[in-house]
Design a protein around this ligand. Sequence first.
Ligand SMILES: [Zn+2]
Length: 214
Amino acid sequence: MDVARPLPAYLVQRFHGWRATTYQDNKAWFRRLAESGQHPRAMVISCCDSRVHVTSIFGADEGEFFIHRNVANLVPPYSPDGTYHGTSAAVEYAVTSLGVAHIVVLGHSNCGGVKGCHDMCMGHAPALEEKTSFVGRWMDILRPGFERVKDLPDADRPRALEKEAVLVSLENLMSFPFVRDAVQGECLTLHGLWNDTGAGSLEHYDPLRGFVPV
Ligand SMILES: [Zn+2]
């Protein structure tokens, strides 16, 4: 691997700062985490977006959440075709090995991935329609969601599509047999959230009322 370079100084400094404070103050806790394995209560599926800060929003410590991040917090449909499926692998491990009690899909405002899907579906992003676009093909997962919001006014459609990204993911989660079995056996509950970064607010999906403030 002759492409790897030394870590930037700011990361080195921050690491040493963390080790001298957080780690030193909680050394026994970290050792216990290492020895007893992880027992997270919840899996969180959120966007890669740097503004989405799951552990900060929920004040979570190490060992609490099993977190998977991808572009636009999407879960693809169950598709056991023998190829690479990072998100499906994370869901499988969380449910069948870790036995998490909750899966939380967390969407967010001003999502670049969702905007890309919106523009692509509106015919304004030909590059995303290329077969070779990883983002475009990934965002195909959200096309059924676009169909449900396409007739909304221009100003409302992008935000509605961000919330559809949460709902499509919840629907697709239920297409995994082990998720469906765990939900029906009352060993697992699914939750949909949408976070407004600028307003600092959180909305929860209620099947009867739609997205309502937490
Ligand atoms: Zn995003």
